[in-house]
Ligand binder design. Structure first.
Ligand SMILES: [Zn+2]
Length: 159
């Protein structure tokens, strides 16, 4: 049987080209019901932590992300809308990956508040550099403001 994934476009390194960050603005844009599960579980576009083990590999350089190193993850969406987890070295590699430029603000990396002050400062500097580099070039795909419907159930306490 033919492996249907062989028909999907890849770049010269073998990475799939159909995997994109923010390919679909929200789960409402999808017609495939099975994609909802991963959207519900991982509403964020990206997260960042300190690697708890040597088990993840970097999508950019294809090397192991060693335990204790800064580790970023992008939730790439396939052409059908499923979210796919892609790990990167949080230093260097993730900033070279083209899809990273679609991230609007550093806070979109889930977990960043848990990092050390020096890690945060490093990330702020890298993010600012990336935004400077990309602001002159053509804009990444338009990303409509979050359509995610949230019922605001905050109760205001009046004292
Ligand atoms: Zn890497």
């Amino acid at each position: 049987m033919d492996d249907p994934s062989k028909k999907l476009p890849r770049d010269e390194t073998g990475s799939y080209l159909h995997l994109k960050l923010k390919r679909f603005p929200s789960v409402e844009a999808l017609s495939m019901s099975h994609a909802k599960k991963t959207w519900a579980q991982y509403p964020q576009d990206a997260d960042i932590d300190v690697a708890p083990s040597n088990r993840s590999k970097c999508r950019q350089c294809h090397q192991v992300i060693e335990k204790g190193n800064l580790r970023a993850r992008l939730w790439l969406q396939c052409h059908r809308g499923c979210k796919i987890s892609a790990y990167f070295h949080g230093k260097n590699c993730v900033w070279k990956y083209p899809e990273t430029s679609k991230i609007n603000k550093l806070d979109d990396f889930d977990g960043i508040q848990k990092l050390s002050k020096s890690d945060k400062q490093y990330l702020e500097a890298e993010f600012a550099k990336l935004k400077n580099e990309t602001s002159g070039k053509r804009k990444p795909d338009e990303t409509p403001s979050d359509i995610a419907v949230q019922t605001d159930s905050k109760k205001k306490r009046s004292q």
